[in-house]
Design a protein around this ligand. Sequence first.
Ligand SMILES: [Zn+2]
Length: 413
Amino acid sequence: MKKLLCIFALMAMAACGKDDPEPTPSGSIDVTGVSVAPTEVSLVAGETAQLTATVAPGNADDKSVRWSVAPEGIVTVSSTGSVTAVATGQATITVTTTDGNKTATATVTVIDTELHSDLKDGQVLLYKKSTRPKEVPLVFMGDGFTADHMAPDGKYMRVMSARIDAVFKVEPFKTYEDYFTVYIVGVVSNKEGVSIGGELTVDTALGVSLGFVQDNEAILRYANKTPVTGDSGAIIVISNTMNDQQMMCWGLPGDYWKGGGLAVIGMNIDYNENLSARNDYNATLMHEIGHAFGWLGDEYVNDPGRGPTADENNTLNFMHESGRYHNISMTDDPAEVPWAHLIGHPNYSYVGMYEGAEYLGKGRWRSEQNSIMRDQWTSYYFNAISRELIVKKIMKIAGEEYSFEKFVEKDRP
Ligand SMILES: [Zn+2]
């Protein structure tokens, strides 16, 4: 009993710090409030984090606090605010002042690296972790998958892991794989499949309708459950399409979430899960990731006989100025194309000027005959300028300086 009292006395002293514990003659200084930092923490099971409570005013007589957690079983919290992640889920840590019972709370989310039971709605799984100081995050989630699909060996995880693995089978993602952290977010829809034609006819969580429609608010709400704090690479939504619906896919180059774009890919794993990674649908996946991550433009032609209007030139100028579509040129002047530095380089003798890109047969040039941004059906290959643009983006998000020499050294066509 005596020993216990000693410990309490020491703790109280530690909590009081250097402040004068003596009451002032005019009366005691009461606690008026408390705050906690950080207020949101994400941890992998086993990791720890330190929460700090600040009691106001700074000269309050009794600055001691106690920590509690609810619900139990997800994290533990020590008497000094050290939090240890135990199991997947979300818990609220409350700090309460001894004097006045003032409170502040922090939310701790524990993510797992392995799925032991059904993936829950909103649960985040860490699929792959970057080995670099600053991660390049990709966030995968699905639409039109129901609770029946969420088992560890169920359709949701099969689709996600097949598509994630496919990303790292194509260059430059393959060579730079160790830069990427990949999260899977569980998204449980009420109905299976997705809507078509732009209308919402199927009750799904992310409101994807094949026809370039998605519920942005819902997608961002799920993305924000991940612990991504820096820039994002891209969000990739895989919609549970049926039969031939998988042809409807789109990618948004630009700042959709934390500086990264959005790709929406429709795929039915039952339709093609026995095919190798190098199949049409994975090439489509990579085409849309080319838009969303690399901010690349389409290199294919819909209108062979037509050149650009003034408006279309203005639009491309704007895209170039905002860091997009540098795989497409408005000129065939080898000194002016965005890939001028590759022309004549001994490693890139295959790079030149090919007319026809961005849907137009005339007045638009691309750098090589083929690339995944031109032909998603037979090509599983990003052309050299696209690889360079993707590597530049990886370096930017990872906070590393880009060097053309280093790119060339590591580049694998
Ligand atoms: Zn496209």
